[in-house]
Design a binder for this molecule. Structure first.
Ligand code: PCA
Length: 330
């Protein structure tokens, strides 16, 4: 069975579990940092998750979402949850590949380039990912993919040679490496700050989804979006494992039911947001379309280098994930 179907089945069950959950204990107020704009589908889904948890736990867990990196910047959210500064939060784990290469399973170029493939890749990686997170005092609640990643520029680009020297905004290890291998100059900038970076010329290019370009109105500075479909990176909502362990079974069950619903709803929203935001970029005046053959060929070469580098860094666990993924696609 395809993972998407499994997620939908889980959603149906979750409604039952949520109704069965009882209140009990004192109400806990939880702050939930998220890094992306309040109107982004991940953030809206986070608010729906918080509403579901409030209802499902009879008010016992009252989560307030803080979007746009307003409480913690994206890069600091994982540590904040681990150390108990906040009980819960959302983070793009591929930004932490320097801790463990497995965190970058979703940013290997051209490994999984569609929603279906990405769901299979995530399913293959999930047990290993959960094990690594458990060792870091983190419990995974739900994960949602960003739309496929493409390239933004402020000029027409038809080959990697034409990317030489461009100032490139990166958001994780893979995007920085992509910049290096294409002769660009990477500078790491959080999504919440990219409008400013493009407006002031600190950055002139990035790889990201149509969603982030749309959220940040990048047509004010950039002109071209090439649909490369390089990968679909995941945001992960995680809870501090000590906090999680302190909840009674009913509360945990209600929260997991909401998490399953959020995973399915987030995926649907991501799919729907893809076309909507690409149209939004067009309406903003950008040229949006597939990359040309030369650019695709050049990027495939860069992708092959990055894939072998990732496989080497991720060792047996990484190879097992890729093997399981490939077997699931047959
Ligand atoms: N948007 C996020 C990560 C991936 C994406 O599509 C960003 O650009 O920071």
């Amino acid at each position: 069975m395809k993972t998407f179907t499994k997620l939908m089945a889980a959603t149906a069950l979750s409604a039952v579990a949520a109704t069965a959950a009882s209140a009990g204990g004192h109400a806990q107020k939880w702050d939930m940092p998220m890094a992306y704009s309040a109107t982004n589908f991940h953030s809206e889904n986070g608010v729906a998750f918080a509403d579901c948890v409030r209802e499902g736990t009879g008010g016992a867990i009252d989560i307030t979402v803080h979007a746009s990196g307003s409480l913690f910047k994206g890069a600091d959210i994982k540590r904040a949850i681990q150390t108990g500064q906040v009980p819960i939060g959302e983070r793009l784990l591929s930004g932490h590949q320097n801790e463990n290469a497995i965190f970058g399973f979703d940013s290997v170029p051209f490994l999984a380039t569609s929603y279906d493939a990405s769901a299979e890749l995530f399913a293959a990686a999930k047990p290993t990912l959960e094990g690594i997170l458990a060792d870091q005092n983190l419990t995974l609640l739900y994960s949602v993919p960003w739309p496929p990643q493409g390239l933004y520029f402020k000029k027409e680009v038809n080959s990697v040679a034409e990317m030489e020297g461009i100032k490139f905004r990166s958001y994780n290890n893979a995007t920085s490496r992509l910049a290096e291998l294409t002769g660009m100059q990477p500078v790491t900038i959080e999504a919440a700050e990219i409008s400013q970076a493009f407006a002031t010329g600190v950055a002139e290019s990035m790889v990201s989804s149509g969603a982030t370009g749309y959220d940040r109105k990048v047509w004010e500075s950039l002109t071209h979006f090439y649909e490369v479909d390089a990968w679909l990176p995941y945001n992960h909502v995680m809870v501090n494992s000590d906090v999680w362990g302190g909840l009674d079974a009913d509360t945990q069950g209600a929260m997991m039911a909401c998490a399953d619903t959020a995973a399915a709803a987030g995926l649907e929203a991501s799919i729907a947001y893809t076309e909507f935001t690409l149209n939004g970029l067009r309406e903003g005046g950008m040229t949006v379309g597939p990359a040309g053959d030369q650019l695709v060929d050049d990027l495939k070469e860069v992708g092959a280098t990055m894939t072998s580098e990732w496989l080497e860094a991720a060792g047996d666990d990484g190879a097992a994930i890729v093997d399981a993924f490939k077997a699931s696609m047959n």
